[in-house]
Design a protein around this ligand. Sequence first.
Ligand SMILES: [Zn+2]
Length: 193
Amino acid sequence: MTTTQTALIRRYFEEHPNVDIEHPEVVDWATAEYARLTNGRVLRDPDRAIRKLHQSGFLVKVGKGVYRYDPELAHQRALEDFTPELREQIFERDGYCCVVCGLGRAEGVEIHADHIVPRDRGGRATLDNGQTLCARHNFLKKNYSQLEMGKRLMLRIYRNAVRLGDTHTMRFCRAVLALYDEFNMDSHIEWRE
Ligand SMILES: [Zn+2]
């Protein structure tokens, strides 16, 4: 019997769906199982196999060295990319121009098919979830999502500071979060002191 290392590690996660699995647990199991199946051969690079599974969207990284296989999410991720046909349908519906500024192919501007609800938040590859953006607005949208990430990060730092009783960092975070409020940035992310 032959088995690839990645397939072996994949099997372990498939047999433990929706469980947070720590890196040593799966590596220990895979090392022993690989040796058993191959009459003592050494599993060479389990870390790389786990990374590959994560990059392909099969595994969710829950924390440092902790991964989870969520069958529904893995299935969804495989379907999330626009096919070339769907991309063309999105462009055609939007008249081959950016839905924000109206510039497009007629003006020699590069256009992109964008997921309105981003893929990492469960956005599907459907005509309804697609929109045409020019390169500039596509770039801006990505930057705005970084702004949102900044708020979430600041919240996490704030909560840690509260837990540690670090009043200096708490004050700093509150000031930054108050600025988000003042400018009405990402107000859908709520926070309370
Ligand atoms: Zn535009």
